[in-house]
Design a protein around this ligand. Sequence first.
Ligand code: LLP
Length: 421
Amino acid sequence: MSASPHTDALSFFEGIPPQSLARAFGTPLYVYSERLLRENCRVLKNLTDIPGFAVNYSVKANANPLLLRIIREEGLVVDAMSPGELAIDLAAGFQPHEILYISNNTRPDEMANAIAHGVLMSVDSLSQLDLYGKLNPGGRVLVRFNPGIGEGHSDKVITAGKKTKFGIAPGDMDSVCALLNQHKLTLVGINQHIGSLFMQPDGYLAACRVLLDIADQLPAPIRKNLSIIDFGGGFGIPYHKRDCEEPLDLARLGKELGQILSEWRTKENYTGRFLIEPGRFVMAEACVLLGRVTAIKDNAGIHFSGTDIGFNVLMRPVLYDSYHEIEVYPKKPGPREERLQTITGNICESGDILAKDRTLPALLEGDLIGVLDAGAYGFSMSSNYTQRFRPCEVLIKNGGARCIRHRETEQDLLRPFEGLL
Ligand code: LLP
């Protein structure tokens, strides 16, 4: 194996040596490719040419406003699920009508904030529909249904089917209609999200059919106002690149989705929008996380390569046992033997493991590693645990790199205590 098979093949760094990026910006460092980000947006936008089809990027995957601007330029709209995401969406230039607020267990003040900004909101329980009606009588609303089909890479991210807090059961349709009538609400849309990361299209397509059936079940006076049907995200990417994992068959997904939507559209005379809501697919593969090897040790037969990528920087491996491919960018060129090693971070917990039992070129202090597919749920789930600073983010464009988020400093950690110390 060469040290950097995947990024070289993609020309990810566009000729900039990772070591020079690390020297200029420090590590850990989230490095994004504008070219790949734009490509991902275009692939999704072109999934089908059905009239009304649009892509609603799910900001929770990555909320850097400079990246959101690029996404906006590509013609995607966005979601928000918290006052913070809403503020970031607006700061990135999205207009209220380009933002769909899809939250759950939302506090009244948060709902009021979304309503005050003129943003359409989806509610996902009868009690939240009632609350919304009280706060915004006569308003427009979406309802999130549970289609009964869930998918995802971990139980923690399956958001439909049994044993999930999300969505309203289709069997509760009468209660939904009663609340809509009681508060004189107009149901402008219905939505769902089956979960995060599917690699086969079938479950998603089946759930799309279910949501359209749900639309059919709505009483005609309510159904006639529907102008948004949002099928949710979950589009997977192949994390196991060394094993040549097959990507999601988007050609098939797009073709079959197009057929389903086209038939339904004609049957119902529907002229509204059909949304998909991917987060991961847009961002994950457009980013490599760079980290520095800080120490090497053998302990009870395990060879540990210690780095500065603690789980405060990338939480996915610790939280979900997620697998990310690692590339090695040696400090000094020359042949390296491969060896079995466990790559860890710098947090004071034994679970702080980035990559377990990997056969990679033997790492040495000062080497860099690149963690692939780090753009989604990477930075957005990072934290200040152990009072470490959240990393810098840079964007590569036309062979140059610019900072799109400053590395945090002591001042950032101390700001919440201003006037209190
Ligand atoms: N729409 C809604 C309502 C969602 O809750 C989510 C993700 C998405 C869309 C986007 O899903 P995606 O296309 O990115 O799969 N932290 C986990 C993923 C959690 C996803 C939460 N909801 C991870 O690192 O894998």
